[in-house]
Design a protein. Structure first.
Ligand SMILES: Cc1cc2nc3c(=O)[nH]c(=O)nc-3n(C[C@H](O)[C@H](O)[C@H](O)COP(=O)(O)OP(=O)(O)OC[C@H]3O[C@@H](n4cnc5c(N)ncnc54)[C@H](O)[C@@H]3O)c2cc1C
Length: 478
């Protein structure tokens, strides 16, 4: 027998965990390397102070933006990646969102929706996706909005939540942006990695930051393993990059630069390019009355006048949560009074692809660079502004006082598309099976692969992409 592993996966978020799940079930020997560690289950991950005010669990590494301004992106490095913190809104992209849409600057997928449909089915089943009834306050607001303008259509929001969450108020109020202590929320760790832990062909190593590849001495395009920051190295027949769309392209960029492949690989210039993370705004409406709803995040609104956008309900808001966003001078009792009367919405518009919107491994002062400018994406910017205005006026007509806030550069929850899949090596980085064009043994299993961000949250599509890649690699001869 040669190497101890058939496949090494770098990163245990939505994509990496899904690839691992299929490979281990398919009999391959898998090593999963994760930069972070396992989160505690002592309910500290539900605590507003530790999660939001102190940022105890968040990435602290500094980046620079396109103007060399230092900022800290909202990334999380732990087993399960960002899925431990997500709101578990698990939606499919629509069939037309697999096609190119040049007017909105959107690239197309190398295959259609049908190719991913079976993996969407499987992901929904593994993550126990289901819908919840709207609570009374939300239902009455939605009824008002739709009665006033029938162009707004409300649908139940598919959620990866167990029904038992309704019996645990603290968990029900803290699932969107928090990590469940009891496992009521489906995430990559609980639903995909934990079921593998006893398998003899699966190894999970935490606190292992992958920094470079091992490659064939005669051919830098043939990847044979991974080197970690602690000096350890691991070899395998194939490596899957799944460190997230802000990290996977940086590992590949460094390899291309060190080996000179950046001068010969046709897709080298696109590594890190086409970065997308949705145009997102949070809208808060304040009513004269207290809002007793608990779960809240149970509906999503569509409107054909805004075809690349959606409006989603946000989870629980109270004075403590609101206080983390208000200036310190605002007294606590004011924040509490506002919090009790608040209802929140997450307004999302698909951002197109521009090659200059990119992640770069080494920017000013050696910090990683996230160069993203909405002015390169005029159609998305315009639609988003129109949508925010339109929805805000709906809230006002429904009797609420509304405020909106554009979620800026640090809101990288939906980071995507820095190693896009496609058929043409001049226009994409990986092929339809996830393999890097022009290289051997190197695949991409995370949100970096997505050519479009679509108008809905991306995690279910990343899980589906990962399951499909895992199945593909499991079929390869050892
Ligand atoms: C607060 C919040 C709310 C969200 N809500 C939703 C939602 O409701 N619905 C939805 O669809 N999506 C939501 N998302 C987005 C969703 O979580 C991401 O789209 C998804 O997790 C991305 O999957 P990924 O595999 O690409 O990357 P990640 O989940 O980020 O996983 C990457 C993994 O790689 C690890 N890693 C990074 N660098 C290295 C390295 N060098 N070596 C080894 N390991 C490394 C990281 O620690 C991490 O575990 C939300 C995200 C956040 C933060």
């Amino acid at each position: 027998m040669g190497e101890p592993y058939d496949v090494i996966i770098v990163g245990s978020g939505a994509g990496g965990a899904a690839v691992a799940y299929k490979l281990v079930r398919g009999g391959k020997r898998v090593l999963l390397l994760e930069k972070g560690t396992t989160l505690p289950r002592d309910r500290s991950t539900l605590d507003v102070k530790q999660v939001f005010r102190e940022g105890r669990f968040k990435n602290k590494e500094q980046w620079v933006d396109g103007y060399n301004k230092v900022f800290v992106p909202g990334e999380y490095y732990n087993v399960g990646g960002k899925t431990k913190w997500y709101g578990a809104a698990l939606l499919r992209f629509a069939p037309h969102e697999f096609e190119a849409d040049p007017d909105h600057q959107c690239l197309g997928w190398p295959f259609g929706y049908d190719e991913l449909a079976a993996y969407y089915d499987e992901a929904e089943q593994l993550l126990h996706v289901n819908c919840f009834e709207n609570e009374p306050e939300l239902q009455s607001l939605l009824d008002g909005i739709i009665a006033a303008d029938a162009a707004w259509k409300a649908q139940s929001l598919p959620l990866g939540l167990k029904r038992e969450i309704l019996n645990d108020e603290e968990e029900a109020k803290h699932f969107d942006g928090y990590a469940s202590a009891c496992g009521y929320k489906s995430d990559a760790e609980r639903n995909l990695i934990e079921p593998l832990l006893q398998a003899p062909n699966f190894t999970l190593l935490t606190d292992k930051q992958a920094i470079a590849f091992i490659y064939d001495v005669a051919d830098a395009a043939a990847i044979t393993g991974v080197v970690c920051a602690d000096g350890a190295s691991y070899k395998a027949g194939a490596v899957v990059l799944a460190a997230g769309a802000m990290t996977s392209p940086r590992i590949l960029q460094d390899h291309l630069a060190v080996t000179g492949l950046d001068r010969s690989l046709p897709s080298a210039v696109l590594v890190g390019a086409n970065f997308k993370f949705h145009v997102n705004s949070a809208l808060l409406g304040f009513s004269r009355f207290k809002n007793p709803d608990v779960l809240r995040k149970t509906a999503i609104l569509f409107n054909d006048k805004f075809p690349h956008s959606t409006v989603q309900c946000l989870g629980w808001i109270d004075g403590d949560i609101l206080g983390t966003q208000l200036p310190a001078a605002v007294p606590k009792f004011v924040a509490s009074a506002l919090g009790e009367r608040a209802i929140g919405f997450f307004v999302t518009t698909e951002d197109g692809s521009d090659p200059d919107n990119r992640i770069v491994s080494c920017g000013q002062a050696g910090l990683p660079l996230m160069n993203y400018d909405l002015r390169r994406l005029k159609p998305a910017d315009k639609e988003h502004r129109r949508l925010v205005r339109a929805f805000m006026s709906r809230l006002i007509r429904a009797g609420l006082i509304g405020v909106d806030r554009y979620i800026g550069m640090a809101g990288t929850a939906h980071a995507l598309g820095t190693l896009v899949t496609g058929t043409d090596p001049q226009a994409s980085v990986i092929d339809g099976d996830g393999k890097v064009h022009g290289m051997r043994g190197l695949y991409v299993g995370d949100g970096s692969a997505l050519p479009r961000s679509s108008r809905v949250n991306p995690a279910l599509t990343i899980y589906a992409w990962g399951l499909r890649l895992g199945e593909h690699l499991a079929r390869q001869p050892a």
